[in-house]
Write a protein that binds this ligand. Structure first.
Ligand code: NDP
Length: 331
């Protein structure tokens, strides 16, 4: 039998955590043959609720769930972690400036990066979900000098999935027939969903993009502002779809992206596509899967003028956030 994979989830008692843990424990993230051991990390006030979720996990009698333990200390929570999902973050409170938000999250993601550096497994793969996700991932990665930078990623898969769904609806085709969309830049309102390279049921996405009014006044803002639209409708943030995207991200990283397709992930820029090195920006990526799997940037896409401008604007925002956390001494 296979050794269980240690999966650490922070913010385990939150809304996303509640939607996420059962999917992981059922085998949907790492596959039907891989047992998992869950390590839940919470702040002390969240521990009791996490214990309740752990009771429910027990009550599911998932055959693949090899154990659950709960911690409020990052050094214990990341011990031996093979996969780490960093979901817990400090939400923006009323009247909070962006600098305050970055600083509050620095207080979470700096010690978590240090703990991952010290105690996680050698093959640790990290996905940051908690916002501002790209910059939180940058802080964690920068504070884990012994872990290769390509093991830290930020989630733009929900944006990617939202874009797939919007394009499928527009074209009147099943979502499974939409491929090769890309989210570029920051997981924020400045992100750029790019359909110029997409394959939409055998037709080039650039055909749909010819309707510039739809592209710029409908598609791009609908994807970028979907989170707010869901809060409006549900009276609460998206949680199940965010958890689903986290499952998709880790699944494709560990098991590989499908032949002929790619996905989107925030990764440490190597300078590809004119994105400055050393920021966590979203790119079109593939993974070959397997033990040493990495996210590899899809090469040689032609970037037109419209896309260039949008990518540059979102990247400029990431550079600003990087400079801000640098100024705060967090990286
Ligand atoms: P959620 O579980 O709803 O959200 C958690 C984080 O995910 C937030 O930063 C949220 O950002 C972010 N997020 C990213 N993408 C999305 C998306 N598409 N939709 C919604 N959220 C998204 O938050 P809760 O408040 O329910 O739970 C947070 C938990 O984390 C609490 O239990 C808290 O105790 C815990 N926590 C743990 C920490 C730790 O382990 N050290 C540190 C801080 C908190 P946004 O705010 O922008 O919506």
């Amino acid at each position: 039998t296979t050794q269980p994979v240690n999966v650490t989830v922070t913010g385990a008692a939150g809304q996303i955590g509640y939607a996420l843990l059962f999917r992981i424990a059922s085998g949907q993230m790492l596959g039907p043959d891989t047992p998992v051991r869950l390590r839940l990390l919470e702040i002390p006030q969240g521990v009791k609720a996490a214990e309740g979720t752990a009771m429910e996990l027990d009550d599911c009698a998932f055959p693949l769930l090899a154990g659950i333990d709960i911690h409020d200390d990052p050094r214990a929570g990341f011990e031996g972690a093979n996969v780490a999902l960093l979901v817990g973050a400090r939400p923006r409170g009323p009247g909070m400036e962006r600098a305050d938000l970055l600083e509050a999250n620095g207080g979470i993601f700096k010690p978590q990066g240090e703990a991952i550096n010290a105690v996680a497994a050698d093959d640790v793969k990290v996905l940051v979900v908690g916002n501002p996700a790209n910059t939180n991932a940058l802080i964690a990665a920068s504070n884990a000098p012994d872990v290769p930078k390509d093991r830290f990623t930020a989630m733009t898969r929900l944006d990617h999935n939202r874009a797939l769904s919007q394009v499928a609806a527009r074209a009147g085709v099943p979502v499974a027939e939409v491929r090769r969309l890309t989210i570029w830049g920051n997981h924020s309102a400045s992100q750029y969903p790019d359909l110029f390279h997409a394959d939409v049921a055998g037709r080039p996405g650039s055909e749909l993009a010819q309707d510039r009014a739809w592209l710029l006044d409908d598609f791009v803002p609908t994807v970028a502002k979907r989170g707010a639209a869901i809060i409006d409708a549900r009276g609460a943030s998206s949680a199940a779809s965010a958890a689903n995207a986290a499952v998709d991200h880790v699944h494709d990283w560990v098991l590989g992206t499908p032949e002929g397709d790619w996905t989107s992930a925030g990764i440490w820029s190597d300078g590809s596509y004119g994105v400055p090195e050393g920021i966590m920006s979203s790119f079109p990526v593939t993974s070959a899967g397997g033990p040493g799997a990495t996210w590899d940037v899809v090469p040689d896409l032609e970037i037109g003028e419209l896309s260039r401008e949008r990518i540059d604007a979102s990247v400029a925002e990431l550079v600003e956030e990087r400079d801000a956390v640098r100024g705060l001494g967090l990286i």
